[in-house]
Design a binder for this molecule. Structure first.
Ligand code: ZN
Length: 145
C-alpha cells in the first residue's frame, strides 16, 4: 500500500501516540467493534451530555490504519455536538467509498484526510472505518438512553 509520505507520517504518529486511548470509567454508551478480515478490535466509550460529545475514549488492538484512524476520530468528535459529529462520520465514509477520487475536506476531517489514500484499497477500508462506525453506533445508543 502506498500512501503519500506526509500522510504516512500522520498515520504513524497517531499509531505510536494514540489519542484518548484509555477507557473512561464512566460512559453514556460503550460498544465493541471488530473487523474480522484484519483482526482489528476496539472497545469505545462515549459520554454525551446535553447533545455534546464530552469524551470519546477507547482501547484496542489491530493494524496501524485501524488504530490511527480511531485515534483521529476520537480527537475529532470530542467537543462536537451530536449532529455535527454524525455529519463528520458521514463525510469520512463518503471519503472511504471514493476509491481514491476524493482528497477529503481538511476543515471537516482534519487529520482524517491522511486516510484518503486508503479508499483505493478495498481490503483496508474497514480498518479505517472501524473507529468511526464504533463512534456512530455508540453515539446513537447514547442518544436513546
Ligand atoms: Zn486493519
Amino acid at each position: 500500500m502506498e500512501l503519500d509520505s506526509l500522510y504516512q507520517e500522520v498515520i504513524l504518529d497517531h499509531y505510536k501516540h494514540p489519542l484518548n486511548k484509555k477507557l473512561s470509567p464512566t460512559f453514556t454508551a460503550q460498544v465493541h467493534h471488530v473487523n474480522p478480515s484484519c483482526g482489528d478490535e476496539i472497545t469505545l466509550n462515549v459520554n454525551i451530555s446535553d447533545g455534546i460529545v464530552t469524551s470519546v475514549t477507547w482501547e484496542g488492538v489491530g493494524c496501524s490504519i485501524s488504530q490511527a484512524s480511531t485515534s483521529i476520530a476520537s480527537d475529532l468528535m470530542t467537543g462536537k455536538n451530536l449532529d455535527e459529529a454524525l455529519k463528520i462520520v458521514e463525510s469520512f465514509s463518503d471519503l472511504m467509498s471514493s476509491k481514491g477520487t476524493m482528497a477529503g475536506d481538511e476543515d471537516i476531517l482534519e487529520d482524517g484526510v491522511a486516510l484518503a489514500g486508503v479508499s483505493k484499497f478495498p481490503a483496508r477500508i474497514k480498518c479505517a472505518l472501524l473507529g468511526w462506525m464504533a463512534f456512530k453506533d455508540a453515539a446513537i445508543q447514547s442518544s436513546k438512553n
